[in-house]
Design a protein around this ligand. Structure first.
Ligand SMILES: NC(=O)c1ccc[n+]([C@@H]2O[C@H](COP(=O)([O-])OP(=O)(O)OC[C@H]3O[C@@H](n4cnc5c(N)ncnc54)[C@H](O)[C@@H]3O)[C@@H](O)[C@H]2O)c1
Ligand SMILES: O=c1ccn([C@@H]2O[C@H](COP(=O)(O)OP(=O)(O)O[C@H]3O[C@H](CO)[C@@H](O)[C@H](O)[C@H]3O)[C@@H](O)[C@H]2O)c(=O)[nH]1
Length: 429
């Protein structure tokens, strides 16, 4: 199938490479020329396991990138993978979606033959049908259902495991209004749907939109609950990890998303939970539980810095921050909890020396006063204290020997030889 993908960020690039892997002819339409050049040169524009080799394999054959929307006309299906950020008040900002839909609609005005537009971005119920569809109709002069069809197909991949999550998902959700669109998408995803562990959910467009938010709200709430239980466990001087490992044996609860600590960050949970809260309020419902989910999450970085401050004055102290990305396996630092930790340390007058295996360059421009080290050992050298902000596997079994005082506060539960340290404290254990 000939597929175009508008927006080549974390999602657009990953799904383009994966759809090329499934044998489709794929073109990425992206306004950032650096990303376009990178893909066409066979290089991954982001750090994501399994992406580099796929882009290297398919670039120039069945995977291309361009800044020109015109090439969309040679394809049958277009996925909109554009950002849907939050506004200052937390509500969903659709400005980029609107602009992308306008460009796409104008392009489709001169297309012969049918075209399917699929919203992949995370959007609140009603957005696809009441915002995107009218723009497409207005710009193209073609009615939905009569030349252009529209569908909503939310994406559940995670950063760090994006390629395998896309190729081996638990479920594929297809929100459609017309049978033809569902049939086209079933054909596109056929190799994935043939897998035993992938469920197909066929539903209406608005339900598909809400499934994505409900999914993320559930997972974010689970981590916040686990963090609240962890905070309580620490007050009782008990180990939350032991407690929650036992709780997770109940298959109604499951052992996944049970890691307590610094909380959730990233480009999705924060903005999606906020958009759902704002959307609910707009609909006249007060989402008290989701408000609490965010409130618990917001307290964790400060709690971690408070634990450090119990051992010495932070004013003038040299603190190593291990990990900057919002989770291991990615260079994405959007809403990373590590940045909140750095902010709190800065407010209390500490000097921060930070290390991350891949994310430093994404932090440096916004945090010029932070010192950056080339290894964890270098960051720890001479430091008065250290905090673990991201659970990169390379931090397991790390030597803290070079520290001036080995006071280590762990926000992520890495493997540490506690006996070699003056102080080792976990945020929730
Ligand atoms: N990142 C994830 O893990 C993830 C997972 C599932 C769903 N989502 C959702 O997918 C959507 C995209 O997320 P992302 O993380 O890939 O965003 P991103 O910011 O990484 O990428 C978006 C890309 O779109 C490009 N762009 C902006 N305007 C454009 C235009 N008019 N035409 C063409 N390209 C344009 C940008 O330059 C950027 O490269 C969001 O709605 C997000 O919530 C993200
Ligand atoms: O037990 C856990 C699990 C996760 N986290 C944190 O939660 C955040 C999110 O982690 P994760 O969900 O693994 O990464 P994302 O890439 O943000 O993926 C989420 O957001 C995506 C974008 O919407 C969805 O597609 C995915 O299904 C959803 O898991 C990170 O800061 C993690 O450190 C914890 O603190 N404890």
């Amino acid at each position: 199938m000939n597929v175009s993908i508008v927006g080549s960020g974390y999602v657009g690039t990953t799904i383009a490479a994966c759809l090329a892997d499934l044998g489709h002819d794929v073109i990425n339409v992206e306004i950032d020329k650096e990303i376009v050049d990178s893909i066409n040169a066979g290089e991954a524009p982001i750090h994501e396991s399994g992406l580099e080799e796929r882009i290297a394999d398919y670039a120039g054959t069945n995977l291309r990138a361009t800044t020109e929307y015109d090439e969309v006309r040679d394809t049958d299906v277009t996925f909109l993978c554009l950002p849907t950020p939050q506004t200052d008040d937390g509500s969903l900002d659709l400005a980029i979606m609107r602009a992308g839909a306008e460009s796409l609609g104008r392009t489709l005005e001169s297309k012969d033959g049918d075209h399917l537009v699929v919203v992949k971005s995370t959007v609140l119920p009603g957005t696809t049908e009441d915002v995107v569809a009218p723009i497409l109709e207005g710009e193209s002069g073609t009615s939905i259902g009569d030349g252009i069809d529209i569908a909503m197909n939310p994406e559940f991949l995670r950063m760090g495991t994006a390629v395998t999550d896309f190729l081996e998902p638990d479920k594929i959700v297809l929100g459609t209004a017309f049978d033809d669109a569902a049939a086209t998408l079933r054909e596109l995803y056929a190799p994935i749907l043939e897998q035993e562990n992938t469920d197909l959910v066929e539903t209406d467009i608005r339900e598909a939109e809400l499934i994505k938010y409900a999914n993320n709200a559930f997972l974010a709430a689970k981590v916040s609950l686990v963090n609240e239980l962890g905070n309580i466990a620490a007050e009782y001087d008990t180990d939350a990890y032991e407690v929650l490992e036992a709780v997770g044996l109940d298959d109604r609860i499951s052992d996944r998303f049970m890691r307590s600590g610094l909380g959730w960050g990233g480009s999705c949970f924060p903005k999606d939970v906020n958009a759902l809260r704002a959307g609910a309020r707009e609909q006249g419902y007060d989402p008290e539980l989701l408000d609490a989910v965010v409130a618990v999450n917001d307290t964790q970085p400060r709690r971690l810095v408070d634990l450090l401050a119990d051992h010495f004055h932070l004013e003038g102290a040299r603190i190593a921050v291990l990990g900057l990305s919002f989770k291991p396996g990615t260079d994405d630092v959007r809403k990373s909890r590590a940045l909140d930790v750095i902010d709190h340390l800065g407010e209390r007058g500490a000097t921060v020396v930070a290390y991350d295996p891949v994310a430093i360059e994404n932090v440096r421009p916004d945090y010029p006063s932070v010192e950056y080290a080339e290894s964890a050992e270098e960051a720890l050298e001479g430091a008065d204290g250290a905090v673990v902000a991201t659970d990169w596997p390379e931090f397991d079994e790390l030597s803290f020997a070079g520290m001036a005082r080995s006071v280590v506060i762990d926000g992520r539960r890495i493997d540490v030889d506690e006996s070699a340290l003056e102080v080792y404290e976990g945020l929730t254990w």
